[in-house]
Structures are given as structure tokens and as C-alpha cells.
Design a protein around this ligand. Structure first.
Ligand code: NAD
Ligand code: UD1
Length: 338
């Protein structure tokens, strides 16, 4: 029996596939490569010695997806596939609703057809919206401020409704905080196309000389040094969170909701400083006005994942900064050759 990983060629998916293969699981990846590279498969093979089955398909195509379920024996699904850029979702809302919602609906339909009723879903801390105070706990009300966020709020609701209709399903909704870092081998990592929106990929591109300087979005927040505070989590810790969630949904049929974060906040300036110290590289930056839609502080209460999954983060901000630079310096153009 195999684990089907949608979006398994992407950033978080590829790191999770590595850990699944390391544990001896059989893995089938489905990905349309809209935001990833086929070269990831070679890298996964180099790290683990194993090559996962791979189907280059769009998961909203039910016929093609059905074909995968027909050929493979799937026991559970980890569902990463989707678009994830907030700004882009504001510009192209229909594209976001279509890709994120429709593809998940077709996935649920085909899973139901083949009686595969275990799914781990990539949600996001973005579902806490802008009104809940940190530390954020799973029981807080959810909301969104942009189409990307709404897709996560809606998909959580859709999956809860699927469970209400049929309690044979077992579902984990994992609310990631801010994933950064890369596999310690430097073989796989985050590979943003165009100008990065997120802080760490931007820092990494300044470090490699692709961008001149970082813009720090506001230093007048009510935080330790005035800059925004977030809960950064190493992508390999995050990958292990998925393994624990898979075990959980196999043990008990329910909708399980977990924050996957460290429970600790780090400011923009603290992250820059740690990156500079760990990698001995200067990161030139300037302070610019706040970015619309940003909250001052966002970090998890991570107790539920600790108590119920026996999972917690193990890697430090220094590890995240070193591993990001290891990946970026070995792959200046990501998976592209030039
Ligand atoms: P990513 O873009 O690197 O990976 C997503 C993968 O899905 C890509 O390989 C892409 O080609 C594929 N894909 C997209 N639409 C598809 C479709 N219709 N059919 C088949 N494949 C498709 O993103 P990531 O950072 O690895 O994020 C994975 C998931 O986690 C996403 O759902 C994202 O919203 C969520 N998430 C990410 C973050 C983050 O900061 N990276 C934070 C919270 C939640
Ligand atoms: C952003 C998204 C969020 C998404 C998350 C993970 C917005 C408004 N929010 O969150 O929905 O779930 O990414 O993909 O886009 N910063 C700078 N300069 C930069 C980039 C960021 O100062 O060039 C600051 C931000 O103001 C913030 C911190 O760095 O304080 C982290 O930003 P980012 O990496 O974009 O993550 P989030 O804001 O948490």
C-alpha cells in the first residue's frame, strides 16, 4: 500500500516524501509541476536511494486521477497541491478558487470512489485571520482577508462536512506557521519563481547576490524591535509532523486539527541577524512602510500537537538559517541550471 502525495514535487511535499521513503513507506507523487521541477525526483533518489512513483497530472482532472487510483494501491493521501501566493490570489481570485477548491473536490470524489478515506491536508496559520491574539490555539474562530486564505478556510470546512456526512473518513487539518530551511543535504529546498514574497527566500536571494537589498516591512509594530514577529518552522520538522498526523488518522477516525509551529516568535531583524551570524554574510536592508494585510505578531500554541501527536519542533532558527544558505549556495538558481 502506498501514500499518495499530491504536490509532492513542491517545497514541503518533497521534504515529506523524503521522510516517508526513509521510513520505508511506498510513495506515489501526483504533481502538475506548475510550481516545481521534475529534477526534484532525481534529488529525492540521491538522498533516499529510492525513486517514488510519479504522475505528472493536474489533480482536477478526474479521469487522470482515477487512473492513478486504478493502478496504485493507495492507503492514505497527503494533500499539498495548490497555489500559495497571497498577492497573486488577490490578482487572480478565480484561478485560486478553481485550482485550490476544484482540485480538492475532485480528489475527495475519487478517494471516495476507491474507498480511500484518510487525508492529511495542508492548511495554514492564515486561517486565524487578523483578529485572534497569539499564541494561536486550534479552537479560535477562523477567517480570511484574501482569496488564498479563503481557500484554506473553505477547504477546512469542506473536509469537516465530508466527515459529518461519513464518519468513516479520518482527516488531519495541519495549520503550518512559517516553513523555512531546507534538507540538510542541500539537495532539495524552496525554489520560488520570480521575486519571492516571503521573508526567508528573499533574504537567501540577497545573500546570493540576486537582489540588492531586503525591504523590511515596518519597524513601528508593538514588538520587541518594532518589526513583525512570526513562528518559523524548519521544513524537515514540518515533514515529521505529517508522519505523526498520518499515524494519528490511522489510529482514530475524526477531524484532527493541529498547529504545526514552534510556539516561539522571531522578529524580522532577529532572523536577519541570525542569518548573518550563522553564514557570515551581510544582508543589506532598508525599512519601508508596513505591508498591507500583515499582522504584528503571529505564533502558535503548539501544545495540542505535542500532547496528541508527540510532535514538537527540534531545529533552531540558527539551523534554519544555515540549511537555507546551504541549499541556496549550492543551487543559486534553484533546480534551474541557469
Ligand atoms: P509548492 O508550490 O512548492 O508546492 C505545491 C505543489 O503543488 C507544486 O509542486 C505544484 O506544482 C503542485 N500543484 C499545484 N496545483 C496543482 C494541481 N492542480 N494539480 C497537481 N499539482 C499541483 O508549495 P509548498 O510551499 O510546498 O506548499 C504546499 C502546501 O502547503 C500548499 O497547499 C500551501 O498552500 C500550504 N502552505 C504552505 C506554506 C508555505 O509557507 N510554504 C504555509 C502554509 C501552508
Ligand atoms: C505570508 C502570507 C500568509 C502565508 C505565509 C506563508 C501575507 C500577507 N501573508 O505570511 O498568508 O500563509 O506567508 O506562505 O502575504 N517581510 C519583510 N520583507 C519581505 C518579506 C516579509 O519585512 O520582503 C516581513 C513581513 O512583514 C512579516 C515577516 O517578514 O513580518 C514574514 O513575512 P512572510 O514570510 O511573507 O510570511 P507571513 O507574513 O507570515
Amino acid at each position: 500500500m502506498s501514500i499518495l502525495v499530491t504536490g509532492g514535487a513542491g517545497y514541503i511535499g518533497s521534504h515529506t516524501v523524503v521522510e516517508l521513503l526513509n521510513m520505508g513507506k511506498d510513495v506515489v507523487i501526483v504533481d502538475n509541476l506548475s510550481n516545481s521541477s521534475i529534477l526534484v525526483l532525481d534529488r529525492i533518489k540521491e538522498i533516499t536511494g529510492k525513486r517514488p512513483e510519479f504522475y505528472q497530472i493536474d489533480i482536477s482532472n478526474k479521469e487522470l486521477l482515477r487512473n492513478v487510483f486504478e493502478k496504485e494501491k493507495i492507503e492514505a493521501v497527503i494533500h499539498f497541491a495548490g497555489f500559495k501566493a497571497v498577492d497573486e490570489s488577490v490578482k487572480y481570485p478565480v484561478m485560486y478558487y478553481e485550482n485550490n477548491i476544484m482540485s480538492t473536490l475532485s480528489l475527495i470524489e475519487i478517494m471516495t470512489e476507491y474507498d480511500v478515506k484518510k487525508i492529511v491536508f495542508s492548511s495554514s496559520a492564515t486561517v486565524y485571520g487578523i483578529n485572534n491574539p497569539s499564541p494561536l490555539v486550534e479552537e479560535m474562530p477562523t477567517s480570511a482577508t484574501n482569496p488564498y486564505g479563503y481557500t484554506k478556510v473553505m477547504l477546512e470546512q469542506i473536509l469537516k462536512d465530508v466527515y459529518v456526512a461519513d464518519s468513516d473518513w479520518s482527516i488531519a487539518l495541519l495549520r503550518y506557521f512559517n516553513p523555512i530551511g531546507a534538507h540538510e543535504s542541500g539537495m532539495i529546498g524552496e525554489n520560488p519563481l520570480g521575486i519571492p514574497n516571503n521573508l526567508m527566500p528573499f533574504i537567501a536571494q540577497v545573500a546570493i547576490g540576486k537582489r540588492q537589498e531586503l525591504s523590511v516591512f515596518g519597524n513601528d509594530y508593538d514588538t520587541v524591535d518594532g518589526t513583525g514577529v512570526r513562528d518559523y518552522i524548519h521544513v524537515v520538522d514540518l515533514a515529521f509532523g505529517h508522519i505523526k498526523a498520518l499515524e494519528k488518522i490511522s489510529e482514530s477516525k475524526k477531524v484532527h486539527i493541529y498547529n504545526l509551529g514552534s510556539g516561539v516568535g522571531t522578529s524580522v531583524l532577529e532572523l536577519i541577524k541570525t542569518f548573518e551570524v550563522e553564514n557570515k554574510i551581510q544582508i543589506p536592508y532598508k525599512i519601508v512602510p508596513r505591508r498591507a494585510g500583515d499582522v504584528a505578531i503571529c505564533f502558535a500554541n503548539a501544545d495540542k500537537a505535542l500532547n496528541e501527536l508527540n510532535w514538537k519542533t527540534t531545529k533552531t532558527i540558527a539551523d534554519m538559517c544555515r540549511d537555507t544558505w546551504n541549499w541556496q549556495s549550492k543551487n543559486p538558481n534553484g533546480y534551474r541550471q541557469s
